[in-house]
Design a protein around this ligand. Structure first.
Ligand SMILES: C[S@@+](CC[C@H](N)C(=O)[O-])C[C@H]1O[C@@H](n2cnc3c(N)ncnc32)[C@H](O)[C@@H]1O
Length: 274
């Protein structure tokens, strides 16, 4: 018997009806502790319901959460970045000149991809973020001489009024209460030609809301989406799904809910029919 299957069997036993209540109490304590960084807990039907079960905290709007992004993620690309860089490069070659990077932290994707891509002259790369990341991202853009980068806190304004050729949202839309890709696209006046959605928690079951320990005593509600429904909503607006990849570096184990747990997140690339 492999270690993986032994662990699986133990987990299934613990998830059983007799031990499940004790398992949930123990896992909730773990989730709330410092060691619970990255852990998920609970099933809720809304962000409001999820917030009621979390300690009062700043969520993502906390400069301490940016350290890893500034020190590592602006300087390094990961396996899941390669499909994004591949499609971004093709979009640039086809003449795309503007990017809206939703939840792009301090500009991590722009900074990390820059050594690998020929960024076109006149490129405008706008990041939508929470205030703490916007402040830090602006300072970093000056320090690292990145005049193409700009920042805003206003998702609605960026989506509805500022048309961009390319949208990137990596590991981000699910943390926003009202940002299903199809809904955002329906709201905007000029839709992007290219849509790169990376590190999304997608699976085969019903949509739900859970919570994550995001570090530094901060917690965030997040959506988990049904894969096919999310894709169909975007396709219904005239987009083609051109690529889909698994993000093995991200998985979701939800204590007490094996049927809502899954081993990898998903990346999607759509382009508009033209
Ligand atoms: C897990 S991080 C991903 C950062 C980056 N895209 C990456 O892939 O490394 C999620 C990002 O979404 C941002 N975010 C969460 N809720 C947001 C909101 N309501 N508006 C803007 N940004 C938000 C967070 O501040 C954070 O930087």
């Amino acid at each position: 018997m492999s270690h993986a299957s032994a662990a699986q069997i133990v987990r299934e036993l613990l998830e059983g009806p007799v031990t499940r209540p004790a398992l949930l109490r123990w896992r909730r304590q773990q989730f709330l502790a410092k060691e619970g960084l990255g852990f998920y807990f609970g099933v809720y039907d809304s962000f409001t319901a999820a917030h009621k079960r979390l300690p009062v905290n700043e969520g993502f709007n906390n400069e301490r959460l940016a350290v890893e992004y500034v020190e590592i993620r602006t300087r390094q690309v990961f396996a899941y970045d390669y499909p994004v860089m591949w499609w971004l490069d093709r979009a640039f070659r086809r003449g795309a000149r503007s990017v809206l990077d939703i939840g792009g932290s301090v500009g991590v994707h722009y900074h990390a991809y820059r050594p690998y891509l020929d960024m076109p002259a006149g490129l405008a790369w706008q990041v939508v973020e929470v205030p703490a990341m916007v402040d830090l991202g602006r300072r970093l853009a000056v320090e690292r001489e990145a005049p193409a980068l700009s920042f805003t806190v206003d998702l609605n304004e960026a989506v509805v009024r500022h048309g961009a050729d390319i949208w990137i949202a990596a590991g981000a839309l699910h943390y926003m209460e009202d940002a299903r890709p199809g809904d955002l696209l329906r709201r905007c006046m000029t839709r992007p030609q290219y849509l790169l959605l990376n590190k999304l928690p997608l699976y085969g079951g019903e949509d739900f809301v859970t919570t994550q320990n995001i570090g530094e005593g901060c917690f965030a509600p997040m959506h988990v989406f049904n894969t096919e429904r999310l894709i169909r909503e975007v396709e219904a607006l005239g987009y083609n799904l051109r690529d889909r990849w698994q993000v093995h570096e991200r998985s979701l184990y939800l204590p007490g809910y094996p049927e809502r747990s899954f081993p990898s997140f998903t990346g999607l690339y759509f382009d508009g029919r033209s």
